[in-house]
Design a protein around this ligand. Structure first.
Ligand code: GTP
Ligand code: SPV
Ligand code: MN
Length: 597
């Protein structure tokens, strides 16, 4: 089949990878519905995907990954740059040549008897200065179908690249044997290259997402003066019609998709407040002509956590999944060929297939203490399905950012919300983020770990240099820089229950944040930053959730002893970075310790 570009760099590389992997056939993905439909058919014929009820869920399909392949694998994810120091203490590193030498035999002939699909894609709106081109080679139709939803695929993607440029990210993926022992997710930032083998799970194989749009792009951003962040982007429309845009960085499965699509409580909607979604996972940020920081969402869809998503918690996400969506590792309702997951409703299907593939009685299976859906089961839904998708979603210039928010899952320590004193303090606030681990990555769940800017698993270079880059961006932006905040929806009481109702009610905190970003709201100075006066958090209508002024005071409380413990832990963490840790960060930590005395 014909190549979709004349670009000799692309053609040469595809030929080389073809010679290495030796597929029976090479198919270039042009993005046409005709071609995609034929692929869906092949994929159904070989059992990789199952068509769901086409009346209730038109264009929707179901897929199960291998049981050992359900999340990102951080211990098998590598940053391979020449200098070990440039990867830093938080990344797995290997010498690039050594890694190529190790993986080349694994890729040699791996696609024999298979087809290699060549997927050209654009991260970001085609034609945008902020957009970048990638090409993914894969032997998985599931990957093709997901990339179609998550990115802008097909011949158009090559328009941005043109016929001569070499500036595209080379992604090579093979399912191989889905052998967990031989699974590698490897980045060569200095070669614009990603090699992924022996996985079929989203974050490991949709190479435009975490691999390119965060790990490779963060490295490119440092070199080119922009930022790639693990952040949602949302617009808050105020009663006067003005829209303020904010970004928020929370670790995996800590509430980005939920916040991005939030429906404000009745007291806000009746006044005319509305939230618009620009992105739910990744932001690329660059200074605009007016000096402010602008953000685009490089993605085209949502790869969202299914469990917990319901009409009440996230109506807009659920609506987004009603058509043209792929469901992975959720439970199947065999009676009407629809899907189910924990937290969708109280009626698990009687005649269910659980995520590992066993036919079970859903209710009995759950009563016996099992999950029907994997905790990290996901939906892949087109962004345009979202009822509150922003009109700026495709704006090639992006949207101007007023505030940037950090946050994690902390049962204690971090208050509901606070504001950094200034940009550099904000960089510090991001750098000391910590959060409990979730099912989004393989390994233990619920352990607090430091996760700076929610980028611990996604920063493609030395995190010390990354903080220096943040500090540099602040210098460039000057007084036009967004204000920086930190939030925590996850404080718990003695019984371990979340105190703050969260979800739509997070609007109450966003309200203070956007007013504060414009100097329209008061604050009190604490040891860790500016906090709202408790009475400035609007709790009208929260009586039923047990939220009183005293509870808000409690949620805003800064326990100096806990913070001293945290500061000591930060000191230990910082020590890993040696002389790559910017002096400004050391000074910020010392200043915090001083304020805690
Ligand atoms: P990734 O796609 O992995 O990057 O995750 P995400 O950050 O988009 O997380 P998501 O919005 O999917 O939320 C994950 C889980 O967090 C949901 O299933 C919810 O149970 C929970 N969650 C989200 N927002 C809130 C909140 O405000 N309060 C509480 N208590 N839980 C929340
Ligand atoms: C995350 O883990 O942060 C995700 C899902 O958004 S994945 O694409 O698997 O990385
Ligand atoms: Mn994510």
């Amino acid at each position: 089949m014909a190549e979709l570009t004349k670009n000799p760099n692309v053609i040469k590389w595809v030929e080389e990878m073809q010679a290495l992997t030796k597929p029976d056939e090479v198919v270039w993905i042009d993005g046409s519905e005709e071609q995609l439909d034929a692929l869906r058919k092949t994929s159904m014929d070989n059992g990789e995907i199952i068509a769901l009820n086409q009346e209730k869920l038109p264009g929707c399909y179901y897929h199960q990954t291998a049981v050992n392949d359900v999340a990102r694998v951080e211990d098998r994810t590598f940053i391979c740059c020449k200098n070990k120091e440039d990867a830093g203490p938080t990344n797995n590193w290997c010498d690039p040549q050594e890694m190529y030498d190790k993986l080349t035999p694994m890729f040699d002939g791996v696609m024999k008897g298979r087809t290699m699909y060549v997927i050209p894609y654009s991260m970001g709106p085609i034609g945008s200065d902020l957009a970048k081109v990638g090409v993914e080679l894969t032997d998985s139709i599931y990957v093709v179908l997901n990339m179609d939803i998550m990115t802008r695929i097909g011949a158009d993607a090559f328009k941005n690249l043109g016929d001569v440029s070499n500036d595209f990210v080379r992604g090579l993926h093979s399912k191989a044997d889905i052998d967990a022992e031989k699974r590698y997710i490897v980045h060569f930032p200095e070669d614009n290259t990603i090699w992924s083998i022996n996985s079929g799970y989203g974050g490991n194989v949709l190479l435009g997402k975490k691999c390119f749009a965060l790990r490779i792009a963060s490295f490119q951003g440092k070199n080119e003066g922009w930022m790639a962040e693990h952040m949602l982007i949302l617009g808050i429309q105020k009663p006067d019609g003005e829209i303020k845009y904010v970004t928020a960085a929370f670790p995996s499965a800590c509430g980005k998709t939920n916040l991005a699509m939030l429906i404000p409580p009745e007291g806000y909607t009746s006044k005319g407040y509305k939230v618009w979604t620009v992105g739910d996972d990744i932001a690329w940020l660059k200074q605009g002509k007016d000096g402010r920081l602008y953000a685009i969402n490089p993605e085209n869809g949502f790869f969202g956590v299914a469990p917990g998503t319901n009409a009440k918690s996230n109506f807009n996400a659920l609506e987004s999944t009603r058509k043209n969506t792929i469901f992975t590792n959720v439970a199947l309702n065999n009676d009407d060929m629809t899907v189910w997951w924990e937290g969708l409703d109280k009626n698990p299907p009687e005649n269910a297939t659980e995520w590992k593939g066993a036919k079970v009685n859903g209710k009995e299976y759950r009563d016996a203490g099992n999950n029907l859906a994997h905790p990290n089961s996901r939906f892949t839904a087109p962004a345009r399905n979202c009822p509150c998708i922003s009109t700026e979603f495709d704006n090639p210039e992006g949207v101007p950012i007023s505030a940037m928010i950090f946050g994690g899952r902390r049962a204690k320590t971090a208050p509901l919300v606070y504001q950094a004193f200034d940009w550099n303090h904000g960089v510090f606030v991001g750098s000391i983020m910590a959060s409990e681990t979730t099912a989004a990555a393989a390994g233990a769940v619920g352990q607090v770990r430091r996760d700076p800017m929610a980028m611990l698993p996604f920063c493609g270079y030395n995190m010390g240099d990354y903080w220096a880059h943040w500090i540099e961006m602040g210098k460039v932006l000057g007084d036009k820089a967004p204000k920086i905040f930190n939030v925590n929806w996850f404080r718990t009481n003695e019984e371990g229950k979340f105190i703050w109702p969260g979800f739509g009610d997070n609007m109450r905190v966003l309200d203070w944040i956007i007013e504060r970003a414009e100097d329209n709201a008061d604050a009190v100075e604490t040891a860790i930053g500016f906090e709202p006066k408790p009475e400035d958090i609007n709790i009208d209508g929260l009586e039923a959730s047990g939220i009183t002024l005293d509870v808000v005071k409690d949620l805003l409380n800064v326990d100096k002893n806990l913070w001293k413990e945290d500061a000591a832990n930060v000191k230990e963490f910082y020590a890993k970075f040696g002389d790559r840790l910017p002096q400004i960060m050391k000074d910020q930590l010392a200043a915090l310790e001083e304020r805690l005395q």
